[in-house]
Design a protein around this ligand. Structure first.
Ligand code: SF4
Length: 340
């Protein structure tokens, strides 16, 4: 396994209140990741391994509510690490500029890069008093060599909202702006000679009010397969001919697991010892984790006898990782996935 992904969810706190949020029940009394000495030793080992392709900082809340933890994690880098910070960017512009300045300084000092991925869908935008997109693009265009870069993400089923919103936001930037469709999951916003990526994801747990899905689960997985050039399994989604690495998540309370397979806790960052090598051995030894990392996901789904039940769960989850979470509530179906 190579090209691992490390997700660190640094907070459960958020006051924004997007209507689609999957973690809303945790926001008022949520946990913040605290970096104990033992956690720092583990994270240092994981972050600086040569087989890590990206370290994504996010949350089950808004990660700008725990900037201290993010900057502490940046401080653990020994250089050449590709960080990503996934955020709504909700802060007033003077505070957001200060955050960008401090982050850029740390990234330069350590010889790393950091891409800030800003939520750009209708659910977030309707809640934002201080919209960060235009000022972030202006900053990026003014400093083309900066290791602090920006991209956008959306869960809108209708891309027109995100496209027209970002074109409005870029109106004050120098250069002609245009949006080019790259695939069913990706656009590029071109501004003069600069390019900003826009990623689209399926809306998890769509409600009756959600507009009809642009892609159902099968079409969504086929779109991912077309982008990576190979069948989709859980893991770090490296493009062919590379194999996948692990997709590891550290939760705000320190629990460690593989993205999507949350029913299996691999330990706690504050008390256990973690290395990519020992994690790969754990995956090899566990029937469910091994199955989900080695058999194409659509073939895994087809192993279940009751395809009617599977189809209903797939419609509800609308996303492969969240489908596994749904299956955890149905042990008989889960057992069929893992059985040899
Ligand atoms: S900003 Fe993120 S964590 Fe906060 S309510 Fe919206 S989706 Fe949930």
């Amino acid at each position: 396994m190579s090209g691992h992904l490390l997700y660190i969810d640094i907070t459960q706190i958020c006051g924004i209140g997007c209507s689609f949020c999957m973690y809303a029940d945790r926001h008022q009394t949520g946990a913040q990741l605290e970096l104990s000495e033992h956690a720092c030793e583990n994270i240092t080992r994981l972050v600086n391994h040569p087989e890590v392709k990206r370290v994504s900082i996010s949350g089950e809340g808004e990660p700008l509510n725990n900037i201290k933890a993010f900057h502490a994690i940046l401080g653990l880098s020994r250089g050449n690490v590709a960080f990503e910070f996934i955020t709504s960017g909700f802060l007033p512009h003077d505070q957001l500029t200060k955050f960008f300045d401090e982050t850029e300084t740390m990234v330069i000092e350590h010889g790393d890069t950091c891409n800030v991925r800003l939520s750009s869908d209708s659910y977030h935008i309707e809640k934002m008093r201080h919209r960060p997109h235009g000022m972030s693009m202006q900053r990026s265009i003014a400093a083309p060599e900066s290791p602090l870069t920006f991209s956008f993400r959306s869960v809108d089923t209708d891309r027109n909202f995100t496209r027209s919103y970002l074109l409005d936001e870029v109106a004050n930037c120098p250069g002609k702006a245009d949006i080019i469709e790259v695939s069913s999951l990706e656009d590029r916003l071109i501004v003069g000679d600069r390019v900003f990526n826009i990623d689209y994801k399926n809306h998890v747990h769509p409600s009756d009010e959600t507009p009809a899905s642009r892609l159902d689960l099968w079409e969504y997985i086929q779109a991912i397969e077309s982008r990576t050039g190979k069948r989709f399994t859980l893991g770090s989604l490296n493009p062919a001919p590379l194999l996948n690495g692990l997709d590891l998540t550290i939760k705000p309370d320190g629990k460690v697991g593989l993205y999507g397979i949350d029913n299996i806790t691999l330990g706690n960052i504050h008390t256990d010892h973690f290395s990519w090598e020992s994690l790969a051995r754990q995956v090899a030894d566990d029937p469910l984790m091994h199955r989900l990392h080695t058999t194409p996901f659509l073939d895994v789904v087809a192993r279940v006898d009751d395809q009617g039940a599977m189809y209903a769960l797939a419609l509800k989850a609308n996303n492969p990782y969240w489908l596994v979470k749904e299956l955890v509530k149905h042990p008989a179906l889960l057992e069929q996935l893992a059985s040899s």
